[in-house]
Write a protein that binds this ligand. Structure first.
Ligand SMILES: [Zn+2]
Length: 149
C-alpha cells in the first residue's frame, strides 16, 4: 500500500487539486476520487479548495481503515474488502514452501458473506492461526469454547 507523505501537508494552508496532488505525489485524479469518497472541500470554492487540516484528518482516517488486523480465523476477502470468516467445512490447509525454519501454509476458504474464494498465507510462526483454521476444516459447528466444555 502506498503511503502518502501526510506530514508534508500544512494544516492552515488551502490547496487546489493540483497543489494537493503535487504535495502528496499522486495523480490529480486520485485527489478527485478522495473528494468523491468524502474528502470535504471548502464550501463555495471553485475551483475547489481543500483545507490542509481536513486533508490530514481524511487521510489519517483512511489509513486507519486500511489497517484491518485479522483475527486468527479470518481472511481478507477481496470482494467484501473486509476481514471475513470462511464457511465451515470449506477450509483447506495446504503446506507450501519451507521458509528457513518456518513452514508456510496456504489456507483457502469460502467467504461466509459473499461466497468468494478467500485465501491466506501463514507460517507456523503463528500456530494460533493454524489452530483456529483447523476448527473450520470440518463442518462441525462447535466452537473452540464448546469443545473445551
Ligand atoms: Zn466476501
Amino acid at each position: 500500500m502506498h503511503k502518502h507523505p501526510i506530514h508534508l501537508i500544512k494544516k492552515d494552508k488551502t490547496y487546489t487539486y493540483k497543489e494537493l496532488a503535487a504535495t502528496l505525489k499522486v495523480e490529480k485524479g486520485t485527489v478527485q476520487r478522495w473528494h468523491k469518497l468524502g474528502l470535504p472541500a471548502l464550501p463555495g470554492t471553485f475551483p475547489l479548495l481543500f483545507k490542509g487540516e481536513e486533508v490530514k484528518t481524511y487521510l489519517l482516517q483512511k489509513r486507519k481503515k486500511q489497517k484491518q488486523p485479522l483475527q486468527a480465523d479470518e481472511f481478507l476477502c477481496m470482494h467484501c474488502h473486509a476481514p471475513k470468516r470462511s464457511v465451515r467445512g470449506c477450509v483447506q490447509i495446504v503446506p507450501g514452501r519451507q521458509m528457513g525454519k518456518f513452514q508456510q501454509y496456504r489456507i483457502t476458504g469460502k467467504c461466509e458473506t459473499c461466497g468468494t474464494k478467500i485465501s491466506r498465507l501463514v507460517t507456523n510462526k503463528t500456530p494460533e492461526v493454524l489452530e483456529a483454521m483447523k476448527q473450520y476444516q470440518s463442518g462441525n459447528k462447535k466452537t473452540i469454547q464448546e469443545n473445551i466444555i
